[in-house]
Design a protein around this ligand. Structure first.
Ligand code: THU
Length: 136
């Protein structure tokens, strides 16, 4: 399944809309039911309106009624090249992922290719996170 998820992230990366940064990111989210939802970064001339690949995938999923996830694969790099480094999720995306990480947590896979990847728990990437249970 890890291989399939990375493959889906690499494929999603091809659709990245990146006329400003020329940095393409692809993400693939795995639901608890085994479904895969893909996302890419979508930039905007008003830079702050850009949406990261991870959030694109997450918002697609949630808007389709899927809210429970097991893992996400992320791949990124300069447009037109194979990924050369690991693309770690930004802080905002870590926070958004944490909103929907189940009780067993979420596995975050950052990949350069199917055979070159690192695996983390979201808890490792976002320790002491702020969540809904903090709000009375
Ligand atoms: N980007 C992502 O898609 N995900 C991240 O976690 C970090 C950054 C995108 C946003 C922008 O389109 C480009 O990468 C450069 O910042």
């Amino acid at each position: 399944m890890r291989e399939k998820l990375i493959q889906a992230a690499l494929k999603a990366r091809e659709n990245a809309y990146v006329p400003y940064s020329h940095y393409q990111v692809g993400a693939a989210l795995l639901t608890e039911e085994g479904e895969i939802l893909q996302g890419c970064n979508v930039e905007n001339a008003s830079y702050g309106a850009t949406c990261c690949a991870e959030r694109t995938a997450m918002f697609k999923a949630v808007s389709e009624g899927k809210k429970h996830f097991r893992a996400i694969a992320i791949t990124g790099g300069i447009q037109g090249k194979e990924p050369e480094d690991y693309a770690y999720p930004c802080g905002i995306c870590r926070q958004v992922l944490s909103e929907f990480a189940g009780k067993d947590g979420l596995t975050v896979i950052v990949a350069k290719s199917i055979s070159e990847y690192q695996e983390y728990s979201l808890g490792e990437l976002l320790p002491h996170s702020f969540g809904g249970d903090s709000i009375v």
